[in-house]
Design a protein. Structure first.
Ligand code: NAP
Length: 274
């Protein structure tokens, strides 16, 4: 039987590192710790090797088509498919509740547009029972959005990827027009909230698409809790290990029938659009 493959983006620190660790301990297959920086990736791998775990390192910058395409070619040459894919890489500057246009663009590129690049280059390699886990946030719940037209659009059963792109694009245009445009979408940290709402919406659109195609692939998103990592400047309710609990539940334990849901840090399902 073919060796199973699990991949985590942004695996060199924080939540991603703990997800890699948990997968190395419990996943029956190989685990790729991917990182955008080789040195930081190697350091993380060495740390796991010191406790007897054996992740494989590959460089992957989720903002680069070239990097993702190269990684896809490599996986294709080495394996029969991808069984677990964790979209974890993400950025947020906790010190900036209102970002500049360039900052917002960069954030959306890392946290949201990256998912479309991964879809293009890596999803063709998914096995028929693959599990995709999108690390969203409580700031990725629909109620964070203040624009009624988008609240109405994003909950549609026939929502399309193009409509999600229009949502993100309209947000970026609003940011270009100044601070008020930024705040009117989702208040402080609007860019991060828009990125995670868009990620969550994409989760449900992609799940419906897989079901239509008759494939048994699951795509779920998860709020890991408020976790003490570099992103939160060490603030939070949970250790990274505790934060990895729900992502690992989706990767390893959830029934394959769990599809297109928003999972809370305690592994319970919540309504994304309440
Ligand atoms: P973190 O400690 O800042 O780690 C972020 C990881 O993402 C790092 O490994 C970073 O790599 C990587 N990354 C950033 N840009 C990348 C790129 N272009 N390509 C590849 N990797 C990239 O943050 P965290 O708290 O663990 O967050 C992980 C995920 O959980 C994020 O998606 C975040 O939005 C989400 N989340 C976190 C919390 C929380 O309370 N911490 C709550 C809800 C959701 P470098 O080391 O190279 O920078």
């Amino acid at each position: 039987m073919a060796t199973k493959v699990a991949i985590v983006t942004g695996g060199n620190r924080g939540l991603g590192f703990e997800i890699v660790k948990g997968l190395c301990q419990k996943f029956d297959g190989v685990v790729y710790l991917t990182a955008r920086n080789e040195e930081r990736g190697q350091k993380a791998v060495q740390e796991l090797e010191q406790i007897g775990l054996r992740p494989l390192l590959h460089i992957l910058d989720v903002t680069s088509d070239e990097s993702i395409e190269q990684f896809a070619s490599f996986i294709k040459s080495q394996h029969e498919g991808i069984d677990v894919f964790v979209n974890n890489a993400g950025i947020l500057d906790f010190d900036k509740a209102v970002s500049s246009f360039d900052d917002a663009k960069n954030l959306l590129d890392t946290n949201f547009y990256s998912l479309l690049r991964i879809t293009k280059f890596l999803f063709p390699l998914l096995s028929n029972t693959a599990r995709i886990i999108n690390i969203s946030s409580d700031w990725g719940l629909l109620s964070n959005i203040r624009k009624q037209n988008w609240l109405d659009t994003l909950i549609k059963d026939d929502l399309t990827v193009d409509e999600i792109l229009q949502f993100v694009d309209e947000f970026l245009q609003a940011v270009k027009n100044g601070k008020n445009g930024f705040l009117s979408f989702a208040g402080h940290y609007s860019d991060y909230k828009v990125s995670k709402v868009a990620m969550s919406a994409l989760t449900f659109v992609q799940q419906r698409e897989f079901i239509k195609q008759g494939r048994d692939i699951s795509v779920n998103c998860v709020h890991p809790g408020f976790v003490k990592t570099d992103m939160t400047k060490g603030m939070g309710d949970f250790s990274p290990e505790r934060g990895a609990r729900a992502p690992l539940y989706l990767a390893l334990e959830a029934p394959q029938s769990l599809k297109g849901t928003f999972i809370w840090h305690d592994c319970h399902q919540v309504n994304w659009d309440d």
